[in-house]
Design a protein around this ligand. Structure first.
Ligand code: NAD
Length: 712
């Protein structure tokens, strides 16, 4: 609702709809009623709109999405029209975040005030839509088309000070917002509102708009990577040069286009899933869940190994205000890590945050921490040795976590006397940037330990997903079939850049080969050597070149590493790199290596379409997701989707692999394609459709219905 009160000649409308004062139907109705009442009352000469509690209205009520309530009159457009055309000055007084519809409300008002900490923005693009209550028409009239495009297509928030310098906010007020707003409103009473109505202004430099749009188009298309909302926002903004009513009609038309596209529901699903993963339940025992399991309090964390991951994890923990003891065996590496951490932490609070960091080379210094995150080399023998030491030196209640990318958590836990307190916490590189935290429970991990790992994720700003223990867990296990099929495509005629281009056009920031070069081609190589699939000098003796343990195997990635081409760090991998550059350039040496290999093994080069590349890479990845659900490794398909959205750059506008499979490809078509490909390549095991997929197609089940007792 919106509470109506008067302070002398000022009517105050305070939106009160916790938690974020969103525009639910009853709020919209109360605002229209309040404005009418203020208009009618001759004693009222100005109106203040603000939010009660922690924020100005922060947008539409997403709970109403897809329900009748969202379209129930008055809609937001009508509320804003009432504000815009009000004959008495309307002042929006902003604190917290004015987002989406909230920001549009502020723009429809005649004056805007903000407290210094306020933030504002139009994040609709992240939900696959546009600011459809005049945001694309009013904002450019204030800040110009170029800035409006930047703000609306990025969905970024701006701070009050920036809003002031852009002319969005009229004044920044210190002290009590209500008091200041009322006094400001009094000061503008009696002034004509006509020249304050943004809708009646014209866009600055209207004659240059087409030029500005043209210049923005390329960048936006590149950044959007297949998402249709950003460019549609631009089209709406471009219409702001028209008279306001005509521009609004264009905005409505484009909004309807986006609302009926397949991408808007996919992005809204992604948005809801990000929140829903917090309502976790144990994949094997639903009685253990976010409600029943209580986390331990974590104030201090030990990090073992200050390499790439240990360093990133430490930065993340310090940024969240936790105490960290960082242990490393190599003094030079330890010093390097401290320097990098210092440089990365923001200037302002670096010294305060650094004071929370203790470095150590002696395990006994980990004695008192609440949890230890181990990030030493990916080697089972070493991990066991480290966990034995940790078990011996830490207090009995300390939780011991491993950042392994895929080693067996139970095997690690077995060397300790506290397997109930051992858990996997799989961060992604760079650990202080990537949002995903894949938490892995072992056979004996206690509910309390699981809850602590999940809560730690929340504390440090991660999106935590709980999964079961299997080689590669969820993310890397699914990735395995994707990268395997990508190299099989090279055998048949594709070149690395063909595969990367097709995958990037689908929406990934990087295709598998560019990604391999970035992370280092030797990561996978070392893993295969550890598993005995290859050696540093070629295939193990008496092994067929193209098979390992009965499965099809492509040795091209091993051959690449044997040439010392370990990716960007060596200036060459699947591509070559000019000194100091990260631009991947196709390399005749690699293309020749692939061509010679094809000849040697009797592969006939053929032209492979982008569609086949996408299907051959992504369908087996999705198929593995079905195996994972079938085995109870993930509780819900949305857990898998969130892992891919936040850890692997899966394009958000497609909702995630499992959503995409069900809602966009269609399960029947997916099954049919996998059957066709597996008939063509009977020895590519990952192309064999999963029994769960077959079953669901036969019986008509839905992924959303699997394991959704999540509505706990
Ligand atoms: P890294 O080689 O950069 O760092 C490992 C560090 O551990 C080194 O500095 C080494 O000196 C130190 N170390 C070795 N033995 C030690 C011991 N006994 N005690 C203390 N320190 C010791 O490796 P990384 O890339 O940071 O990977 C660490 C772990 O994180 C691995 O298990 C890896 O699989 C996993 N991981 C890596 C990535 C990635 O992209 N790099 C992503 C996710 C998970």
């Amino acid at each position: 609702m919106a509470e109506y009160s008067t302070l002398g000649s000022v009517a105050v409308l305070q939106v009160n709809n916790p938690p974020v004062n969103s525009f639910s139907h009853h709020v919209r109705q109360a605002l229209v009623d309040g404005l009418e009442r203020a208009q009618r009352d001759p004693a009222v000469r100005s109106i203040v709109i603000m939010g009660k509690g922690r924020t100005f209205p922060a947008g539409a009520d997403i709970r109403e999405f897809g329900s009748g309530a969202a379209v129930k009159m008055p809609n937001l457009l009508m509320v804003l029209q009432a504000v815009d055309t009000c004959q008495k000055p309307v002042v929006s007084a902003i604190h917290g975040t004015a987002l989406g519809g909230g920001f549009e409300l502020a723009l429809a008002s005649h004056y805007r005030l903000a407290v210094p900490s306020a933030r504002m923005g139009l994040p609709e693009v992240h939900l696959g839509i546009l600011p459809g209550a005049g945001g694309t028409q009013r904002l450019p009239r204030v800040v110009g088309v170029k800035t409006a495009i930047q703000m609306i297509t990025s969905g970024q928030h701006i701070k009050a000070q920036q809003a002031l310098s852009l002319g969005i906010v009229d004044k920044i007020v210190q002290g009590d917002l209500l008091k200041e707003a009322v006094s400001f409103a009094r000061s503008v009473e009696g002034r004509p509102v006509e020249d304050r109505r943004i809708s009646q202004k014209t866009v600055p430099e209207a004659d240059k708009v087409d030029e500005v749009v043209e210049a923005a188009r390329k960048t936006i298309l590149r950044k959007a990577r297949g998402a249709i909302a950003p460019m549609t926002c631009v089209q709406a903004i471009q219409a702001s040069v028209l008279p306001f009513e005509a521009g609004m009609a264009r905005e409505a038309e484009l909004m309807a286009f986006l609302m009926t596209s397949w991408q808007a529901p996919a992005q809204q699903y992604a948005f809801f899933s990000e929140r829903e993963v917090r309502r976790w339940s144990h994949p094997r025992d639903k009685r253990i869940n976010f409600k029943t399991a209580k986390p331990r309090v974590v104030k201090s964390v030990g990090v073992v190994g200050a390499g790439t991951m240990g360093m990133g994890i430490t930065i993340n923990l310090l940024q969240a205000g936790l105490k960290v003891v960082m242990l490393e065996v190599n003094k030079k590496q330890l010093d390097k890590a401290v320097n990098t951490i210092k440089k990365t932490l923001s200037q302002k609070s670096a010294s305060q945050k650094m004071s929370q960091l203790t470095t150590a080379m002696d395990y006994s210094q980990l004695r008192d921490v609440d949890i230890v995150i181990e990030a030493v080399f990916e080697n089972m023998r070493l991990k066991k040795e480290v966990f034995r030491k940790l078990d011996a030196v830490t207090k009995p209640q300390t939780i011991l976590a491993s950042n392994t990318s895929g080693l067996n958590i139970d095997e690690i836990a077995a060397v300790t006397k506290r397997p109930d307190k051992v858990v996997g916490t799989h961060f992604f590189a760079p650990a202080n940037v990537m949002r995903l935290l894949e938490n892995i429970y072992g056979r004996q991990t206690s509910p309390e330990t699981v809850a602590t790992a999940m809560q730690l994720g929340v504390t440090i700003g991660k999106v935590g997903v709980l999964v079961g223990n299997c080689p590669g867990f969820v993310g890397n296990r699914m990735l395995g079939s994707y990268t395997a099929e990508a190299v099989f495509l090279l055998e048949e005629g594709a070149e690395p850049q063909d595969v990367d281009r097709a995958i990037e056009e689908f929406g990934f920031p990087m295709g598998p080969f560019r990604m391999g070069d970035l992370s280092g081609t030797d990561i996978g190589w070392k893993g295969r050597i550890a598993k005995g699939l290859t050696t540093e000098h070629g295939p193990p003796p008496a092994t067929p070149a193209l098979y390992r343990r009965g499965n099809r195997y492509c040795p091209l990635p091993d051959m690449l590493c044997m040439k010392g081409r370990l990716g960007q760090k060596t200036g060459a991998g699947w591509y070559r790199y000019e000194p100091g550059s990260r631009t991947a350039l196709p390399d005749p040496v690699v293309l020749q290596m692939i061509q010679d290999y094809r000849q040697e093994h009797g592969f006939k080069k053929r032209t492979i379409s982008s569609q086949e590349i996408v299907e051959r890479c992504l369908y087996p990845l999705i198929n593995e997701g079905f195996h994972i659900l079938d085995e109870g490794i993930a509780a819900r398909s949305l857990d898998i989707d969130v892992i891919y959205l936040f850890g692997y750059g899966w394009p958000r506008h497609t909702g995630g692999p499992m959503y995409y499979a069900e809602r966009v490809i269609g399960l029947e078509k997916l099954l049919c394609s996998l059957e066709t490909y597996s008939a063509r390549y009977p020895d590519h095991a990952h192309l064999q459709p999963s029994p769960l997929l077959r079953n669901m197609v036969a019986k008509g089940g839905s992924l959303a219905a699997l394991g959704t007792d999540s509505k706990l």
